[in-house]
Design a protein around this ligand. Structure first.
Ligand SMILES: [Zn+2]
Length: 151
């Protein structure tokens, strides 16, 4: 059974709390990127290490010289969970839904969390290839994921 999420304007139901940029500006570049449908993660200018989520310094060499790197938007499923018990009342009608932890091979295998779009009962395997899908809201653009066809 498909709920037809791919044709909906938004995966997140109204009333559900949305992620938002941090008030201290730490992740401002990330959110500005998603607004322009570009996937950015941090990369240390001193040692080249990728990291996500954003930090003020490199967690490997502690340099404060942190830049941003644009990723391809392709990733792999590192872990997933099919949620049957909603964590928020606004999600009550939405279950089941899929939460995925995505690894980005072209950015040092840093990981991001999102929803997997499409049929919530679809077959998902660790290592499946995914691509980013942009979910535009009035104030923020979220990163969601979908399986790459023909896996
Ligand atoms: Zn570093």
């Amino acid at each position: 059974m498909s709920h037809g999420f791919d044709t909906m304007a938004s995966y997140m139901p109204s009333g559900a709390p949305l992620p938002a940029p941090a008030p201290d500006g730490l992740d401002a570049a990330f959110w500005e990127g998603t607004r322009n449908h570009r996937l950015l993660v941090q990369r240390c200018k001193a040692c080249g290490t990728f990291q996500f989520g954003p930090e003020w310094i490199c967690h490997r060499c502690r340099s404060p010289q942190i830049g941003w790197h644009e990723c391809s938007g392709r990733g792999k499923v590192y872990a997933f969970e099919r949620v049957w018990h909603p964590v928020h009342s606004a999600l009550r009608e939405r279950v089941p839904y899929l939460i995925v932890l995505i690894e980005l091979p072209d950015a040092g295998n840093v990981r991001m969390i999102g929803n997997l779009l499409g049929d919530p009962q679809q077959n998902v395997q660790i290592g499946d290839e995914v691509e980013v899908a942009w979910e535009d809201h009035e104030d923020v653009t979220l990163t969601q994921w979908r399986l790459v066809a023909g896996k």
